[in-house]
Write a protein that binds this ligand. Structure first.
Ligand SMILES: [Ca+2]
Ligand SMILES: [Ca+2]
Ligand SMILES: [Ca+2]
Length: 134
């Protein structure tokens, strides 16, 4: 949660989601050629498998979240023109749909509540505040 909520107002805005996804794209685009290739995705899958193992140790909620995140960065979710490669533009265009998909409780905002108990705990900096008034 914290890493997505850049301004720490308790809500991941569309802009923040885009900015964060741009960083993720950058991180996984090893060759820096501006597209995520099947090879890049093989590395992403390995990275996420490792991450979700760690997540499983932190609790089931985190694992579920990792699954949703993974779905959000998959080729299927992002390759708008179906050429098997995901460009930065395609990746960012899919951001809003991804954000909507992550909004589990459907209140139109991505907050700690959508990240599940494990996510809320990870956002410990704001734990004392009510980030989910609904
Ligand atoms: Ca925010
Ligand atoms: Ca494409
Ligand atoms: Ca929500």
């Amino acid at each position: 949660m914290v890493m997505w909520d850049a301004d720490s107002d308790g809500v991941v805005s569309a802009e923040e989601a885009r900015a964060r996804r741009a960083m993720i794209f950058d991180m996984f685009d090893y060759e820096g050629d501006g597209v995520l290739s099947p090879e890049d995705y093989a590395d992403i899958d390995a990275h996420i498998a490792e991450d979700s193992q760690k997540g499983a140790a932190m609790g089931a909620g985190h694992g579920q979240m990792a699954g949703r995140m993974q779905a959000g960065i998959s080729v299927a979710a992002n390759d708008a023109d179906g050429d098997g490669l995901v460009s930065l533009a395609e990746f960012l265009d899919a951001s809003d749909a991804w954000l909507a998909g992550m909004d589990v409780n459907g209140d139109g905002r991505l907050t700690a509540a959508d990240f599940g108990p494990a996510g809320a705990a990870a956002g410990g900096r704001r734990a004392g505040q009510s980030v989910a008034p609904n």
